[in-house]
Design a protein around this ligand. Structure first.
Ligand code: ATP
Ligand code: LTN
Length: 335
């Protein structure tokens, strides 16, 4: 906790390509709503991004764009710390120490490691396996009590908690054991528009499977119209209607309406009307965000300044934890 008594919150997004509305609904939207209640620290996780192959020029561009997107979505750099992960060396330094208490067995069992190893069979590298230890370092360095993420990151958070408890038991109390903050209902896992049994992912080969935060109005509406729906024609949120339920989750996230209100609004109307309304609602909500992001991207000086101040502020907190860790494990620090 800080002087004002607020708890710390940490989260991050990888600059590994276009950010989807799944990332927004599952994570970034909550980054914004939680910023008054907590001391928030948000990172662009470029160290994580290189665990799968990235084009260096694209990675640089995506890093700047993600920083701009965070701010355009409403994250206020005057309230939160916003920084780029690779600008704070403590993340790598703590990862090394935590590696010595993490087991290969538990890391190779992670679902994301298995999925990504299968998907990138030509590049199964140690970084991919160590991904959750780096993520644990991100969180534990800031003594974060809360970590807003989508449901797919739950297993990594569990591992973070295990590592924190393991370290605290071995070397005495050092780390805050964090809790996850995962959206309730279907917002925690927005599904692919092409196959509602799979999560919406920016790395999907089929661009119709996802909507990005920079898609234009026509593209958004076209993708919604093409979205796979279920048999029948009733707009109802139900387990046996995964396609329609996913669209309802998207619609409610962008309009602020409840599921019941949405079902009532579209009672007696077919899927066609509903899909068009979803597309329009998403496009309407994204238009101002896109305009603000474009404006910010032209102001590189400002973004560089935010990153620089963010990295300095983050480093101050991170170094405090790291030096405590170094002392606990027995690294000589000049006595
Ligand atoms: P990829 O899909 O390429 O594996 P990713 O989008 O899962 O990448 P990140 O960009 O790091 O990876 O994710 C940022 C945040 O978005 C995380 O909190 C993650 O849980 C959340 N998220 C990702 N996909 C979804 C989704 N389909 N629904 C809800 N939240 C999601
Ligand atoms: N692995 C996360 C991104 C991430 C993260 C973090 C999230 C990196 N470090 C720390 C929360 C806390 C993902 O969503 N793919």
């Amino acid at each position: 906790m800080t002087e004002e008594g607020k708890k710390k919150l940490f989260s991050a997004v990888q600059p590994s390509g276009a950010v989807t509305i799944g990332n927004y609904i599952g994570a970034i939207k909550n980054f914004v709503t939680l910023q008054d209640e907590y001391d928030c620290i948000y990172a662009v996780a470029d160290l994580h991004a290189i665990t799968v192959r990235q084009d260096p020029a694209a990675l640089r561009r995506n890093t700047l764009e993600l920083m701009a997107l965070f701010i355009a979505c409403g994250i206020d750099p005057n309230k939160c710390i916003l920084f780029v992960q690779s600008h704070v060396p403590a993340h790598c330094e703590l990862t090394w120490v935590l590696n010595t208490i993490a087991y290969p067995g538990e890391l190779s069992r992670m679902t994301q490691f298995k999925d990504k190893s299968a998907k990138h069979a030509e590049n199964v590298n140690m970084g991919l396996m160590d991904y959750p230890v780096l993520m644990a370092s991100d969180i534990l360095l800031y003594q974060a009590a809360l970590v807003p993420v989508g449901a797919d990151q739950k297993q990594h958070l569990e591992l973070t908690r295990d590592l924190a408890i393991r370290f605290n038991n071995r070397y005495s109390g050092t780390f805050t054991v964090p809790e996850g903050y995962i959206p309730k209902g279907n917002g925690a896992r927005i599904m692919s528009l092409a196959d509602p049994s799979r999560k919406m992912s920016k790395s999907d080969d089929n661009p119709n499977a996802f909507i990005t935060m920079s898609d234009d109005r026509d593209t958004i509406i076209r993708k919604c119209k093409r979205a796979v729906t279920d048999s029948g024609n009733e707009v109802r949120f139900a387990e046996d209607k995964p396609g329609v339920s996913n669209l309802i989750a998207i619609y409610t996230a962008f309009t602020g309406k409840t599921i019941e209100e949405t079902e009532r609004e579209f009672a007696g109307k077919g899927y066609g009307d509903f899909k068009l309304a979803v597309g329009e609602a998403v496009a309407d909500a994204l238009a101002p965000v896109q305009a603000e992001k474009a404006r910010l991207c032209k102001d590189k000086g400002y973004l560089n300044q935010v990153m620089k101040e963010g990295a300095e502020a983050a480093s101050r907190i991170a170094r405090k934890t790291l030096s405590k860790v170094y002392r606990k494990v027995g690294f000589y620090q000049g006595e």
